[in-house]
Design a protein around this ligand. Structure first.
Ligand code: FA5
Length: 341
């Protein structure tokens, strides 16, 4: 038996030497140590030996079996390590190589650009910036602005109601109330933000942006409003842009005016102009002196303080500045359109 084991060991060694691939080593393992392998066969022979030889034979078989097992396992481990190293070096990534897809850099949305421009103008005139919630209560959006329930002026703005008392704000004017409730006059504030109305056509979108502006102090007059808005519109559209004030109605201002600028598309020269419809004028914002009832709801003394307020639509201004004739283009996420600006 000892001689056979010696021969088996020699055979194993030469076979192992020739097996460099992992598969070959694994099949050697099956051949020697598998359930039907050479060692299993040897162990089966033990009962056929003379009883006094069985113990020594069993021991010798097991010692050699363990030795072969260890050698096979260590060879498999060495091969696995080498394979892993080869894999790693062949798969190495050069992080300094340029990417295959050119990544184009993002840019600001045209309404953001206009908003920034408007904010810059008013910051330069000493105004502060305030924000208010987009989910509003009926009180801030309507009641405190002198639009009681059942007032026909509610029809002017198609509202998205959340429940009886809550809605998506239809304009930025409620920010006037939030600011005045929390700070005493004098105030000079603009409030930019998103607003919502049930509206959709070439000049209306269900979500759009407004900038509210208001100033409250002793002795503020309509002349201050006219002066400020004329200065602002001429900074935005050019020094020579004509500006006119037309009487209008808003429940929260008295008197109220809508403000038009001379058509920036046809410069008042084209009677067939699609944008100003041949009138030569474009409506750009609503404004007026703050109504005493609004001051009442925030506990301001309207015998001591006066103020003006105005509200303008950002998308409309972007349309005029960039000559765009459909407001919905701003929100269709068409990159060919958006990357022009
Ligand atoms: C208001 O919303 C008033 N809160 C403005 C105001 C403030 C008046 C302070 C007086 C004092 P109006 O509903 O007219 O007013 O809207 C103001 C501007 O928002 C419009 O001139 C227009 O430019 C823009 N606008 C209105 N509806 C839409 C819409 N669906 N899509 C895009 N822009 C709109």
């Amino acid at each position: 038996m000892i001689a056979r084991l010696q021969a088996l060991e020699d055979e194993f060694k030469s076979e192992l030497e020739e097996s460099s691939a992992k598969d070959a080593v694994l099949s050697l393992k099956t051949k020697y140590l598998g359930r039907k392998g050479l060692f299993a066969a040897l162990l089966k022979e033990i009962p056929t030996l003379a009883p006094e030889d069985r113990g020594a034979a069993g021991k010798a078989i097991n010692i050699l079996k363990r030795k072969i097992e260890e050698e096979l396992d260590s060879r498999i481990e060495t091969i696995s390590k080498t394979e892993r190293l080869q894999e790693l070096s062949s798969e190495s990534i050069d992080v300094t190589l340029p990417g295959r897809i050119a990544v184009s850099s993002g840019r600001l949305h045209p309404t953001t650009m206009i908003m920034d421009e408007i904010e810059d103008i008013f910051l330069g005139l000493g105004f502060d910036i305030a924000e208010g919630p987009e989910l509003e209560s009926d009180y801030y959006n309507f009641e405190a602005l002198n639009i009681p329930k059942d007032h026909p002026a509610r029809e002017m703005q198609d509202t998205f109601y959340i429940d009886e008392e809550h809605l998506l704000r239809t304009h930025t004017s409620p920010v006037q109330i939030h600011v005045m409730e929390n700070s005493p006059p004098p105030l000079r504030v603009i409030a930019p933000g998103a607003v919502y109305r049930r509206d959709s056509d070439v000049t209306h979108t269900p979500m759009f942006h407004q900038v509210e502006g208001f100033m409250v102090d002793r002795g503020v007059t309509f002349a201050d409003l006219k002066g400020l808005l004329t200065l602002f519109l001429q900074r935005l559209f050019g020094k020579k842009t004509p500006v006119r004030f037309r009487p209008s109605f808003f429940p929260f201002t008295e008197p109220s005016a809508e403000v038009d600028i001379g058509c920036v598309i046809c410069r008042s020269k084209d009677s067939a102009c699609r944008v100003c419809k041949g009138t030569g004028w474009l409506e750009i914002l609503g404004s007026g002196l703050i109504h005493p009832r609004v001051f009442e709801s925030v506990n301001y003394d309207s015998t001591e303080f006066t103020g003006f307020a105005f509200g303008l639509g950002i998308e409309r201004i972007a349309m005029l500045k960039y000559g765009i004739d459909d407001i919905r283009l701003f929100y269709e996420n068409d990159l060919d359109f958006l990357t022009q600006f």
